[in-house]
Design a binder for this molecule. Structure first.
Ligand code: GDP
Ligand code: IMO
Ligand code: MG
Length: 423
């Protein structure tokens, strides 16, 4: 059985958690392949809202196995909190939630290093979630990291100590004033590690190969979005992992020829949290309206998300890099009530019209070219079939499909599981 992928096509927060939850009904295994607790994946059902950071979004389905893959970085302290929040659901974690031995661990000092690095950057800061993601991936590629499998060895605390000591001298290298009490942080960390150790650690690539042979259906869940990819995003304002389709191969041990459908998910407009270029960003009433109606606040940090019009140039790029086979459009309901909508179809770049993302997309040398599209007034949130959609919304969908040459198979019209329309 091929492995299907679901990934974000913009700057994250497209609604991945909601759709993974909906699709889990069709899958045996849901596997996260990269990122860590910088992610905040929201799902809503039965009037309750859940935000997951490391645990895959299939966790509420009794029959699915949820796997945290080797490409993910895990903070035991946050993981423990996530488990605590799920306690009331009486889930069988020992058999339903599996963790790859090869996943790397976020140390308390990784978080401190993140803070030191951001402070030292001053105005040029990335706007990191400060969860220690960058420093942990640096230790992974630097071949210094502590992995989940190490926790099964007797000398792991020694490894931990050596790494933490090194981090402390690195923190002082930055020469910034970071206040911390490592003893306190370590107390929480060691406690949380003991909780983590009650879960099942596995050789996940082996497990997934066997599952494929046994005809199990597998959905790989991405975190962040394609424009935050370490290679293909708006570098350096990106995260530290490959958020695009190739990341699922390295983050789970799935061969490229084993990938089936690639579900690309996007909002009907665009948002970004943190610093970095955002060509279609709005600073006017339209942007404020999207933020308010869309409730655009980060699920992990609570920071307000920057809002703007849909950027089809960037979306086309993401569709290409990922090989998207099906699209999912989220939050169309938020756009109800605009007289006119704008969609970016090209850029003016250094006096020239272009239709691709240039290397340098700083505001000074690039401005969006918009096509105007008629808006609609109707409230979409109670609609349960596309035949109920106003014509202008149908036209908006058709225009995007035509531009991207990929069908939009799911249209989401609200945060709840039920507000999902299959086409
Ligand atoms: P993720 O990181 O991709 O999982 O997305 P987030 O959970 O960070 O952000 C998406 C937000 O939009 C969450 O608050 C969802 O509950 C909400 N949401 C998802 N789909 C829709 C939709 O179709 N309409 C509206 N109004 N909200 C949605
Ligand atoms: P989900 O999975 C939106 C952004 C941060 C910052 C940059 C680097 O919920 O879509 P990092 O913490 O990785 O050092 O931050 O990436 N960022 C996200 N933005 N959604 C996310 O995840 C994000 N994860 C990281 O805001 O700009
Ligand atoms: Mg999110």
């Amino acid at each position: 059985m091929a492995v299907d992928l679901l990934l974000g096509l913009q700057w994250g927060d497209e609604g991945k958690g909601k759709i993974v939850d909906v699709l889990t009904a069709n899958y045996n295994i849901i596997a996260r392949f990269q990122g860590g607790p910088n992610a905040g994946h929201t799902l809503e059902f039965d009037g309750i809202k859940h935000v997951l950071h490391t645990i895959p979004s299939g966790i509420f389905h009794e029959n699915a196995i949820n796997l945290v893959g080797n490409g993910v970085v895990i903070d035991p302290v946050i993981f423990k909190k996530e488990l605590d929040n799920l306690k009331k659901f009486d889930l069988d974690y020992k058999s339903k939630l599996l963790i790859s031995r090869k996943a790397h661990i976020i140390l308390p000092t990784h978080r401190l290093l993140d803070a030191a690095s951001e402070t030292a950057k001053g105005k040029a800061k990335i706007g990191s979630t400060l969860k220690g993601i960058g420093p942990t991936y640096m230790d992974k590629t630097g071949r210094n990291g502590l992995r989940i499998g190490d926790l099964e060895m007797s000398d792991w605390k020694e490894k931990y100590r050596n790494l933490a000591n090194k981090h402390e001298s690195m923190i002082s290298y930055y020469g910034v004033d970071i206040q911390y009490n490592l003893r306190e942080l370590e107390k929480d960390f060691f406690e949380a590690v003991e909780v983590l150790k009650t879960l099942t650690f596995i050789d996940s690539e082996e497990y997934l190969h066997r599952a494929q042979k046994d005809s199990k259906t597998i959905l790989a869940e991405g975190a962040q979005g394609s424009l935050l990819d370490i290679d293909f995003g708006t570098y350096p304002f990106v995260t530290s992992s490959n958020t695009t389709a190739a990341g699922a191969c390295t983050g789970l041990g799935i061969a490229p020829n084993q990938i089936g459908e690639v579900f690309g998910i996007f909002k009907a407009y665009a948002t970004r949290v943190g610093s970095g270029p955002f060509p279609t960003e709005l600073f006017d009433e339209d942007g404020k309206r999207m933020a308010k109606i869309g409730n655009e606040f980060g699920a992990t940090t609570g920071r307000p998300r920057r809002c703007g019009w849909l950027d089809l140039v960037a979306l086309k790029y993401a569709v290409q890099v990922n090989g998207v086979t099906q699209l999912m459009m989220m939050k169309g309901d938020v756009l109800s009530g605009f007289d006119t909508l704008k969609v970016c179809t090209g850029y003016n770049y250094k006096g020239e019209e272009i239709e691709h993302l240039p290397y340098n997309i700083e505001e000074d040398n690039l401005s969006p070219i918009y096509k105007e599209i008629k808006g609609w007034k109707e409230d979409l949130t109670k609609m349960s079939d596309e035949s109920q959609f106003p014509q202008a919304f149908k036209d908006y969908i058709a225009f995007i499909e035509e531009e991207l040459q990929v069908p939009i198979k799911i249209v989401s019209v609200g945060p709840d599981r039920k507000q999902t329309i299959m086409r």
